[in-house]
Design a binder for this molecule. Structure first.
Ligand code: ZN
Length: 155
């Protein structure tokens, strides 16, 4: 999903909520847009390059989509922790609204790309191409074992 769509939709949701919760609605923007900072962190740690524009270009040009890719704020475990914290903190609860919007958009994007194709092998290829580590535990175990992702889909 392009950053600009996350930016626009998060801003829209923040504007919609502004009359009700005031400047706290900016927290929606934090959850809906800044959650993708994990992409930059992954790029920084994996490739040891600090230029954020290089990272952005990397994600635009190279759909590196194996489960070895870890976008930590997109993993079940971290999301679960954030959702639990939201039960106790109004600030986190508002951030979660943005996160739900963001994750929903990511899933719709994947579903949309997936359903546009009729050929099952291409569907599988797309599915794996867009996939990343959705589980922090699974990713950690794979990294520890040095297990490589099967390449039978030619990716
Ligand atoms: Zn995302």
């Amino acid at each position: 999903m392009h950053l600009s769509r996350h930016f626009i939709m998060s801003l829209l949701l923040a504007l919609i909520l502004f009359p009700f919760i005031g400047f706290a609605s900016l927290l929606v923007f934090v959850g809906g847009f800044l959650i993708d900072v994990d992409h930059y962190v992954y790029y920084l740690l994996r490739y040891k390059k600090v230029n954020p524009l290089d990272a952005y270009r990397f994600y635009l040009s190279n759909r590196e989509g194996f489960p070895q890719v870890l976008h930590i704020f997109h993993t079940y475990e971290i999301l679960l922790v954030i959702f639990i914290l939201a039960l106790f903190s109004e600030v986190v609860a508002i951030i979660v609204l943005g996160i739900l919007l963001h994750i929903g958009m990511d899933l719709l994007d994947l579903l949309n790309t997936f359903t546009q194709r009729r050929d099952t092998s291409i569907r599988l290829k797309i599915f794996y191409q867009y996939q990343r580590a959705y589980s922090l535990l699974g990713w950690t175990l794979r990294e520890l074992e040095g297990r490589q992702y099967p390449t039978k889909y030619g990716l």
